[in-house]
Ligand binder design. Structure first.
Ligand code: GDP
Length: 361
């Protein structure tokens, strides 16, 4: 699937940079253009593989909006035309989708991404997807509340919102900085492979090769999407590879997903990557049927991604996966954080409610 990427805010820019770099290093050419937009000038300076654009300089002078996502929304609303103009020429006629990437817990990306998606929908006929990063459960209340509001609005605006939980793709006990590095690298590899599925493979190749329309059809379910991945060393023995295929597919869904515990979905796509002669038809079909049972979806597509690798990898894309416990738990956390913020605001006023002191006017 050929895509144009727009990262909004710090996480959005970092992840877009990683995706563009991975795609270039692998020679996939699925990423057609990449732009990073931010209100914080310093965050843009470290980016090398993407074009950059500062917005809101008249309001915040290049210093960012902090964690004020309402200000992030305002700034994007004022400057969106500038971003759309800058995209002209980057969204080539070859792009099959536009993906807006953002951390949902902060300010610029959280507030700005839904506005940008809204405007892109008005002018482009191709699907507009969001790739949203959810704050980990130990991040502060304001991040949870911001992400809840941003996610709600993105779900309204985007054709599908692929979620990556910041608690999902790193090892326990890593420092925040090194966890971000690990997560960003994994997003780049996994989402990068998904974009590249079907790219660079000539049409004469086997009919079982996955193509862009299967990704788009899987995401047509709308709502929340999740992505899982797992891999193992391929065997010389083809019957062992049937077992290996089942096992990587199971791991991808059950332990390797970007949204832990998301297994119920409206649609799914299973992509098995590896040397063409190591990918067993029987194994792929068996894993695809298993995925149907596990997700409760009758729309499970399957296909191969031929690669020069000694491993077998499974990518599982879920569409319409919002009925997961994880999303419920997250939205509950976000609502509680919002209530707590409001209660705190009221308490401050009550400190001065004693009427023995009168207001001045
Ligand atoms: P913004 O620049 O105002 O949009 O704010 P950020 O992008 O820093 O958003 C804050 C949220 O994104 C928090 O939940 C952070 O944990 C997360 N975050 C910030 N940078 C990164 C990053 O490079 N990678 C990942 N995975 N998450 C990040």
């Amino acid at each position: 699937m050929k895509v144009a990427l727009i990262g909004v805010g710090q996480a959005g820019g970092n992840v877009t940079e990683r995706l563009a770099r991975f795609d270039a290093n692998m020679g996939f050419e699925a990423v057609q253009g990449a732009l990073a937009v931010n209100t914080a000038e310093a965050d843009l300076q470290s980016l090398q593989f993407v074009d950059t654009q500062l917005i809101g300089a008249d309001r915040v002078n290049g210093h960012g909006v902090g964690a004020d996502n309402e200000l992030g929304t305002d700034v994007m609303q004022s400057d969106v035309q500038q971003v759309l103009d800058d995209l002209d020429g980057r969204v080539t006629s070859r792009a099959e989708a536009i993906v807006v990437v953002a951390g949902l817990g902060g300010g610029t990306g959280s507030g700005g991404a839904p506005v940008l998606v809204h405007h892109l929908q008005q002018i482009h006929d191709i699907p507009i997807y969001a790739l949203g990063i959810l704050p980990g459960r130990n991040e502060g209340a304001i991040y949870q509340a911001n992400a809840g509001r941003s996610l709600k609005t993105l779900l309204r605006e985007a054709d599908s919102t692929l979620l990556i939980d910041n608690d999902a793709w790193h090892e326990q006990g890593e420092s925040i900085e090194s966890a971000f590095e690990t997560i960003n690298e994994r997003i780049a590899k996994r989402v990068g492979l998904l974009f590249a599925a079907g790219e660079g493979v000539d049409d004469a190749a086997a009919a079982s090769v996955v193509d862009a329309s299967e990704v788009i059809n899987t995401l047509r379910a709308g709502g929340v999407a999740a992505l899982g991945y797992a891999s193992a060393v391929a065997s010389e023995d083809s019957s062992e590879n049937i077992t290996n295929t089942m096992s990587v597919a199971r791991q991808a869904l059950l332990t390797g997903t970007s949204l832990p515990d998301a297994t119920t979905a409206d649609s799914a796509l299973l992509v098995i990557a590896g040397q063409p002669d190591a990918i067993p038809r029987k194994g792929v079909e068996r894993a695809r049927r298993w995925l149907e049972d596990e997700t409760g979806s009758m729309q499970v597509r399957g296909g191969d991604f031929p690669m020069d690798s000694d491993r077998l990898g499974a990518l599982v894309l879920l569409g319409g996966a919002e009925r997961s416990d994880r999303i419920e738990a997250f939205m509950e956390r976000a609502r509680e954080a919002k209530d707590a913020q409001e209660a705190e605001a009221t308490d401050h006023a009550e400190e001065f409610a004693d009427d023995r002191l009168e207001n001045l006017f």
